[in-house]
Design a protein around this ligand. Structure first.
Ligand SMILES: NC(=O)c1ccc[n+]([C@@H]2O[C@H](COP(=O)([O-])OP(=O)(O)OC[C@H]3O[C@@H](n4cnc5c(N)ncnc54)[C@H](O)[C@@H]3O)[C@@H](O)[C@H]2O)c1
Length: 258
């Protein structure tokens, strides 16, 4: 089944690498026109060149999602370059992991600015156009941290819990205007961020093995597996899915650890 996103125009934030880039590739393969946003302009430009060389319909701009004005400009540029937007994927996010009392105010602010306010900045920029056009989809990339807590990971899970709250609030608010707002909660996904996390331990190999043990299937997700779930959620295949969260973690969050 190909062409599942034929004619769809989709903005993805944090698309220069990891899950965001995998979504761009997956959506392009299904016929979408994508517009990619990332604060890492060099990395983004290199990936866009590669995607275009493979025939992809790809627009892009360098912007930081914490800068509301820059995001307004980015969304306006996207709409004028690729046309009225059908979907936004709020994917850009960063790990901010501390023991609570060791957290600085600056890191608290950075965590919420990127992981929560950034998603709101982007949503606020696309919603008027979607409402005027009679509908659209916003997909927030949350995490299993949106409903579970890992000690010493503060305040990332607090921001992801709030992102889930925003998903529900916006999903209810604009359902009558045809806008669906959902969240996707991955567990561990093999991206550079996760490799960096393992490398932050004295024994990275042991840290990786510990992560695998958390998963009933003994492995973590590939970015492509998350992208496939996102594809379903932004497609027209689930028109009644709204204000909810789909967990894609191989069963990790269900496993009881004695
Ligand atoms: N990797 C995982 O295991 C995992 C698990 C659960 C949830 N997530 C979530 O998935 C999303 C993507 O994670 P990933 O692992 O692919 O990350 P990643 O670090 O591989 O890529 C994130 C991208 O976002 C960009 N970015 C970060 N802050 C930005 C900002 N302020 N403005 C614009 N761009 C910005 C970065 O430059 C980078 O290219 C995040 O929201 C993350 O919280 C990841």
């Amino acid at each position: 089944m190909a062409g599942r996103l034929e004619g769809k125009r989709i903005v993805i934030t944090g698309a220069a690498q990891g899950i965001g880039l995998a979504m761009a590739e997956t959506f392009l393969a299904e016929g979408a026109h994508v517009f990619l946003v990332d604060r890492d302009g060099d990395l983004l430009a290199a990936e866009v060149e590669r995607l275009r060389a493979a025939g992809g319909k790809v627009g892009h701009t360098t912007a930081d999602i914490t800068d509301a004005k820059a995001i307004e400009r980015a969304v306006a540029a996207a709409a004028s370059e690729i046309g009225q937007l059908n979907a936004l994927v709020n994917n850009a996010g960063v790990n901010v992991f501390f023991e609570p009392l060791k957290l600085s105010d600056a890191d608290w602010q950075r965590c919420f600015d990127i992981n929560l306010k950034g998603a709101w900045n982007c949503s606020k920029a696309v919603l008027p156009g979607m409402i005027a056009a009679g509908g659209g989809v916003i997909l927030n990339i949350a995490s299993t941290h949106a409903f579970t807590i890992v000690p010493h990971s503060f305040p990332y899970p607090v921001a992801k819990h709030a992102l889930l709250g925003m998903t529900k609030a916006l999903g209810l608010e604009y359902a009558g205007q045809g806008v669906r707002v959902n969240a996707l909660a991955p567990g561990y996904v093999r991206t550079q961020k996760v490799v960096d996390y393992w490398n932050s331990f004295p024994d990275p190999v042991a840290a990786e093995a510990e992560t695998m043990k958390l998963h009933p299937g003994g492995r973590i997700a590939t970015p492509q597996e998350i992208a496939k779930a996102a594809l379903f959620m932004i497609s027209d295949e689930c028109p009644f899915m709204n204000a909810t969260c789909l967990t894609v973690d191989g069963g990790m969050s269900v496993l009881h650890h004695p």
